[in-house]
Design a protein around this ligand. Structure first.
Ligand code: F6P
Length: 327
């Protein structure tokens, strides 16, 4: 097994709280193990443009508590083109960088995998996205913080919803996945949750809603994942307004506030463990794998599998629980 001496770390795709803790863990565990560690700014875009700098212990001081990513991030269109990937490889090669840790989602794993296949760069991914939509880990970095942000917001919405007897449609992030919607919905006591993974059962909701109204439950919170088949919170609100014209409805799109803020304790610990796990993987000669945590244990899933399977499935029990508790 050829020993790696120089590695780089980057964040890619949508930022997520805890990415800084992950960068810190990669840099410090790497240095602890005698590696030279570089930071690539602005994801694959920065790799193409040669924004690569040497990191030391102090480059990652005072960042564990900060949201966002000190390395910045991007969704690179140029990286889809071979000529730019060649440029990216040459930038790494010039510095003698042989290994790369990429913190991001499925698209970022795909970019890293191509870099390995085309140029032999040793690549390891850590799961960084608020959506929790990655296979090979129970939780992604940033998901727990995002959930806490959502429930704090929904608790506030609940105050005003109950004061005015209004029906609130709250849209949360999750382009292809309903994890944020489902779990924040349970945690905030939502009356209904609409997610992309299941067909919306409006009839059953209407039935429960009408019964609730008779029982004098006069306000409701409905959580909708942005990627839901309905087309989002405004669309669902319109449907209900048509059916119940007298109903006072309001829509709240939580948007990018869900991606910001100081990472929760869970996210900081997870990001630290996975960062160290990425270095372990590189030292063991592993490549083309995503580091994850399953049942508290560090796991390595081949990129091919992680990318293909895309995400864990939504728990049917949790869906049922959400329904029962909203009665
Ligand atoms: O990072 C995941 C995510 O937050 C999705 O939930 C959302 O659909 C998307 O990113 C938004 O991306 P952007 O910040 O590019 O608008």
């Amino acid at each position: 097994m050829k020993k790696i001496n120089k590695i780089a770390v980057m964040t890619s795709g949508g930022d997520a709280p805890g990415m800084n803790a992950n960068i810190r863990a990669v840099v410090r565990t790497g240095i602890y193990n005698g590696l030279e560690v570089y930071g690539i700014e602005n994801g694959f875009e920065g790799l193409i443009d040669n924004h690569i700098k040497l990191m030391d212990h102090s480059s990652v001081s005072n960042i564990i508590q900060r949201g966002g990513t000190i390395l910045k991030t991007s969704r690179s269109k140029r990286f889809f083109e071979k000529s730019y990937r060649q440029q990216a490889f040459e930038n790494l090669n010039r510095l003698g960088i042989e290994g790369l840790v990429v913190c991001g989602g499925n698209g970022s794993y795909t970019g890293a995998k191509i870099l390995n296949e085309e140029f032999g760069i040793v690549v390891v991914g850590t799961p960084g996205t608020i959506d929790n939509d990655l296979y090979g880990t129970d939780f992604t970095i940033g998901y727990d913080t995002a959930l806490n942000t959502v429930i704090e917001a929904v608790d506030k919405i609940r105050d005003t919803a109950s004061s005015h007897n209004r029906m609130f449609f709250v849209e949360v992030m999750g382009r292809d996945a309903g994890f944020i919607a489902l779990n924040s919905g349970i945690a905030s006591g939502a009356e209904a949750i609409f997610i992309p993974e299941q067909t919306n059962d409006y009839e059953s909701f209407v039935e429960r809603f009408e019964k609730n109204q008779r029982d004098t439950k006069l306000f409701s919170i409905i959580i909708i994942a942005e990627g839901d088949e309905s087309g989002g919170a405004f669309k669902v609100a319109e449907m209900f307004k048509e059916k119940y014209p007298d109903l006072e409805t309001r829509v709240s799109i939580l948007g990018h506030i869900q991606r910001g803020g100081n990472p929760s304790c869970r996210d900081r610990v997870l990001a630290s463990k996975l960062g160290a796990g990425a270095i372990d993987a590189l030292l063991q000669g592993k490549t083309n794998i995503a580091v994850g945590e399953i049942n508290g244990q560090i796991t390595y899933t081949p990129f091919e599998k992680a990318i293909k399977l895309q995400q864990n499935s939504i728990s049917k029990e949790m869906l049922q629980l959400a329904k029962v508790l909203s009665l």
